[in-house]
Design a protein around this ligand. Structure first.
Ligand SMILES: Cc1cc2nc3c(=O)[nH]c(=O)nc-3n(C[C@H](O)[C@H](O)[C@H](O)COP(=O)(O)O)c2cc1C
Length: 326
């Protein structure tokens, strides 16, 4: 899929990550298993101002690279500004991973300090880092001392309700030389339960001088303005609200899109997926995205089942087209 570079010559950046200008205030969140290269292209096309990779696990770069690694590492120039996100626990290995990723010429390197999965946290990576503030300082200062591109981090509010240490962590990250910080307004133990705490995100914004990107529970275009107004963040980062809904980056709700527009986007996304992963695998990978593009009342249960199991992309598209556009 060819995407024209966004014309930015005469635009004023909304903010900068280090010296990288960011021409917008709505950013795609990194989402393991979802924000693959095809989905990122679609989101960029709809106006996502900045792109993060799915997390790159430092362990995967050691020894024999697992088969999926090259798919996770690939990015296209059209995705810029583009940052690699690293997930790991050991400062030295994070540094080695960052050195390698730097050689692939991203715009910035981000450190994951928010992943709440049990396997990640049990090895001391992701949100577990929030329990070790000195390690957070060490990781960021090592990277900023070594790299010639901006270093950023993405955090949660703390491990649990009793240890909401987000202000300490945020200040340490800034003091260690980071160029921006993304904050998901939940603790690790909350996982995805409850609502993101926009007041806490706003406290981080007030406490820091570097740009703060707020994140959590912005699911519709109508929530973008109130979120930015409430938190005063430099940008909002959108994750789940973008899946099957990439027009959110153009501040449009699904109800603002014509059926043809929805169909065209779904088709572009499917074709991008097949171009990248190959025809068969591309369709299979696309299914989890397709579920989110579909509205419950679009298809009868039988047709829905067929659409989500067929291995024939022509059949898949004709089911969607006949039912969406008729
Ligand atoms: C399926 C899934 C995968 C995720 N993978 C990552 C990841 O790789 N790195 C990361 O920092 N956060 C990851 N997150 C967290 C999101 O980036 C984001 O912080 C969270 O979903 C809250 O934002 P939202 O309410 O806009 O979805 C993931 C979330 C989901 C739902």
């Amino acid at each position: 899929m060819i995407i024209k570079d966004v014309e930015t010559k005469n635009l004023t950046p909304v903010f900068k990550i280090g010296d990288i200008p960011i021409f917008g205030d709505v950013i795609l969140a990194p989402m393991d298993g979802y924000t693959d290269h095809p989905f990122r292209l679609i989101c960029r096309k709809w106006g996502a101002a900045c792109i993060y990779s799915e997390f790159i696990n430092g362990l995967d770069l050691e020894g024999k690279h697992p088969p999926h690694l090259s798919e996770r590492l690939f990015y296209h120039e059209a995705e810029r500004p583009f940052g690699y996100q690293i997930l790991d626990d050991l400062p030295e290995r994070i540094l080695n991973t960052a050195r390698y990723l730097r050689s692939r010429n991203p715009d910035f390197i981000d450190i994951n300090m928010g992943c709440c999965s049990r396997t990640v946290c049990s090895r001391g990576a992701g949100a577990s880092l929030l329990l070790e503030p000195d390690k957070v300082s060490l990781i960021i200062s090592k990277l900023t001392a070594e790299l010639d591109i901006p270093v950023t981090a993405k955090i949660r509010l703390g491990w649990d309700e009793k240890s909401r240490n987000y202000l300490d962590i945020a200040r340490r990250i800034e003091d260690a030389g980071a160029s921006a910080l993304a904050v998901h307004g939940r603790t690790k133990t909350q996982m995805y339960r409850g609502m993101a705490d926009w007041d806490a995100i706003s406290e981080v914004k007030q406490a820091l001088r570097i740009p703060v990107i707020g994140n959590g529970d912005v699911k519709t275009a109508d929530q973008i303005g109130p979120f930015l107004h409430h938190t005063k963040c430099d940008a909002v980062m959108i994750g789940r609200g973008a899946v099957g809904n990439p027009w959110i980056f153009a501040r449009k709700n699904r109800s603002d899109c014509s059926r043809q527009e929805i169909f065209n986007t779904l088709k572009d996304h499917l074709f991008a997926s097949m171009e990248y992963f190959g025809e068969n695998h591309g369709l299979i990978v696309f299914r989890k995205q397709a579920i989110n593009y579909m509205q419950n009342d679009w298809l009868s249960p039988d047709l829905r089942r067929e659409a989500l199991t067929t291995t024939d992309w022509h059949r898949f598209l004709s089911i969607i087209e006949q039912n969406l556009l008729s």
